[in-house]
Write a protein that binds this ligand. Structure first.
Ligand SMILES: Nc1nc2c(ncn2[C@@H]2O[C@H](COP(=O)(O)OP(=O)(O)OP(=O)(O)O)[C@@H](O)[C@H]2O)c(=O)[nH]1
Length: 490
C-alpha cells in the first residue's frame, strides 16, 4: 500500500494526524524514500521510492518488518539506528546496500524519531536516498543535512498543528479532545502520586437570551471575554477547556475539594463583577467535584455535572460542591448506588403517553446496560442489551417524530435531523464496539450523556409545549424537577 492509497491518518494513531497534510504532499512525489514504522517494528506507510528499494515488484512495505526485507547485516545496522532512537536520539543514520536481483545500490538511510508533543516516541520515520559510492562521503553529509532540516521542520509542524488541533477556535481554551487527554494524564498522576484532583464545570447562566437579544456575534464575544477572565483568575497549572457551547471545564491538579470550591467561588465572583460589552452583567454557575479513588472519568464528571445542575436549580450564579465519596476499591458499589443510574422523575414527563413511555424505556435500557457493564457480564450479553437499546432508540425516534409532527412543532424538520445524527453516531459507535475498538462503557456514556441527558432531557423539551393540551398546560409545579421549568439547566 502506498501513500496515496492509504489513509495517512491511520498511520500511527493520533500522533501523526496533524501532519497528514504534509505527508500527503511529501510522499507520492518524493525522490527520497520515505516510510514510517510503528513501535511494533512494522511499517505503516511507505512511498513508492522506498518500496522500490526494499520490496520486490508488486510487493508493499506496509505491515512488514525490516528483518523480512533486508539481509541480516543490513538489518543489524538498521536495528542499531532504532536502538539509538529508543535511547532518546532524535535521529540516527547508516550506510546500507539495498536493492534486488543484482541491482544493489548504496544508500544513506536516516531514521528519525516522531515525537508526540509531550516528547514521547510515537513512531520512527525513515528517509532513504541512493548515492553513488565514490561520492559517498559528500553525498551522505548533504543528504543528512537536508533530511535533518526536514526532520526539524516536521517536528515543528507537529507541535504547531497539534496546538491548533487542541484549541477551541472561538475562545482559545483547550478543546474537548485536549481536555480528555488532560483528564487522562491527570487521573494517572493522581493514582501514581496520590495528589488530590478537582474538576470545575462552569456554565454561563441564561446564555440563550444573550444570543437571542443581541445576536450570535455578541454571544461569541461574551464567551471570549469569559475565557479571558477565567484564564487570568486561574493558576498556571489549572487547565481551562471548552466542553461545548457555553459550558467550560477546569481541571485543578493537586487541589483538594475545599480549595477547589474556594477557587470556583473566586471565578464566579470575578465573572459576576465584570462588565461585558453590550450585555453588561453575566453570571456563571459552577459544579465542583474532587476525583475519588477508584472513580472513573464518567463517574467523576457526572458528580460535577450533578453539582452544576444543583447550582442551576438553586437559582444560578452560585457554586455547588459534590459531596465527598468514600473510596471504593473498584468503583462499582458507588456507581451502582448513585446517580449514574439514571433516575426517572415525573418532572421529565411531557404529558404525551407515547413520548413519555419511550423516554422511560430508554432510561431503563441505559440502566440495564450500566448494570451489565458493572456486573462484568459476558460480551455477548452486553451486545444483546446494546442491540436492544439501539432498536429502542430508533423506534422511539420514529414514534416521537410522528407525534411532534402531528402536533405542529415548527422545528420538526430540524429535530428529525438531530435524531438522524444521533442514530448515525449510535450505529458508528456500535460498529466500533462490535469491532472491539470501543468499550461498552463508551456506548453507555454516549447513551447517558448524548441521548438521555442532552437529547431527551434537553432538546426534546423544545416540543413539549406543543404537545400539552392548553387546559393542562403545565406540569403542576408541585414537583419542580430539574427540567420542569424553563429555568432548567438542560
Ligand atoms: N454565540 C454563541 N452561542 C452559542 C455557542 N455555543 C452554544 N451557544 C448557545 O448557547 C445557548 C445555550 O442555551 P441553553 O442551553 O438553553 O442555556 P442557557 O440559556 O444558558 O440557560 P441556563 O444554562 O439554564 O442558565 C444556546 O442558545 C446555544 O445556541 C457559541 O459558540 N456561540
Amino acid at each position: 500500500m502506498t501513500a496515496d492509497t492509504m489513509p495517512v491518518d491511520d498511520v500511527v494513531g493520533n500522533a501523526l494526524v496533524p501532519i497528514s497534510g504534509l505527508l500527503r504532499l511529501l510522499l507520492p512525489t518524493s525522490a527520497v524514500g520515505f516510510a514510517i514504522k510503528g513501535l511494533d517494528g512494522r511499517y505503516r506507510l511507505a512511498n513508492p521510492t522506498i518500496e522500490e528499494l526494499l520490496c520486490r515488484p508488486g510487493e508493499h512495505l506496509a505491515g512488514r518488518s525490516e528483518d523480512e526485507l533486508v539481509p541480516p547485516p543490513t538489518c543489524s545496522l538498521l536495528a542499531e539506528c532504532d536502538r539509538q532512537i529508543l535511547a532518546g536520539e532524535t535521529s540516527a543514520s547508516a550506510w546500507v546496500e539495498l536493492g534486488h536481483s543484482g541491482q544493489r545500490r548504496h544508500c544513506a538511510w536516516l531514521k528519525m524519531a516522531i515525537l508526540a508533543p509531550d516528547r514521547t516516541l510515537q513512531a520512527i520515520a525513515s528517509l532513504v536516498e541512493p548515492a553513488i559510492p565514490q561520492q559517498a562521503s559528500a553525498a551522505i553529509q548533504e543528504t543528512l543535512r537536508r533530511l535533518q532540516d526536514a526532520n526539524r521542520d516536521l517536528q515543528q509542524m507537529v507541535v504547531e498543528l497539534e496546538q491548533v488541533a487542541s484549541t477551541d477556535r472561538l475562545t482559545g481554551a483547550w478543546n474537548r479532545r485536549r481536555i480528555e487527554e488532560g483528564v487522562q494524564s491527570e487521573m494517572e498522576r493522581m493514582v501514581r502520586y496520590g495528589h488530590p484532583l478537582c474538576l470545575l464545570l462552569i456554565d454561563v447562566d441564561h446564555f440563550k437570551p444573550i444570543n437571542d437579544q443581541h445576536g450570535h456575534a455578541v454571544g461569541d464575544a461574551v464567551l471570549q471575554r469569559l475565557v479571558a477572565l477565567l484564564q487570568a483568575a486561574l493558576r498556571k497549572v489549572d487547565s481551562l477547556g471548552r466542553w461545548g457551547g457555553e459550558e467550560f471545564l477546569v481541571l485543578c491538579p493537586n487541589t483538594a475539594r475545599a480549595t477547589a470550591a474556594a477557587a470556583a467561588e473566586r471565578l464566579r465572583q470575578e465573572v459576576a463583577d465584570a462588565h461585558f460589552a453590550t450585555v453588561g452583567r453575566v453570571s456563571v454557575s459552577i459544579g465542583v467535584a474532587e476525583c475519588a479513588a477508584g472513580e472513573s472519568w464518567q463517574e467523576w464528571f457526572a458528580r460535577a455535572d450533578a453539582a452544576l445542575y444543583r447550582a442551576k436549580n438553586g437559582g444560578r450564579n452560585q457554586v455547588q460542591v459534590a459531596p465527598e465519596v468514600a473510596c471504593h476499591a473498584n468503583g462499582k458499589d458507588y456507581v451502582a448506588a448513585d446517580f449514574v443510574q439514571l433516575v426517572w422523575r415525573s418532572a421529565y414527563e411531557c404529558g404525551n403517553e407515547i413520548v413519555d413511555h419511550g423516554h422511560r424505556q430508554l432510561f431503563a435500557d441505559a440502566n440495564r446496560l450500566l448494570s451489565a457493564i458493572l456486573a462484568d457480564q459476558p460480551a455477548d450479553e452486553i451486545g444483546t442489551i446494546v442491540d436492544r437499546l439501539l432498536s429502542d432508540v430508533v423506534a422511539h425516534f420514529r414514534e416521537e417524530e410522528a407525534v411532534f409532527t402531528a402536533a405542529g412543532f415548527p422545528a420538526a424538520g430540524e429535530h428529525v435531523l438531530l435524531h438522524q445524527a444521533l442514530t448515525a453516531e449510535a450505529h458508528r459507535l456500535l460498529d466500533h464496539y462490535r469491532g472491539g475498538t470501543r468499550a461498552a462503557g463508551d456506548v453507555f456514556q454516549f447513551l447517558a450523556y448524548e441521548v438521555v441527558t442532552k437529547h431527551l432531557l434537553g432538546a426534546d423539551r423544545l416540543f413539549f409545549d406543543f404537545l400539552r393540551p392548553p387546559a393542562t398546560a403545565m406540569n403542576p409545579g408541585s414537583e419542580v424537577g430539574p427540567l420542569a421549568s424553563p429555568d432548567a439547566r438542560r
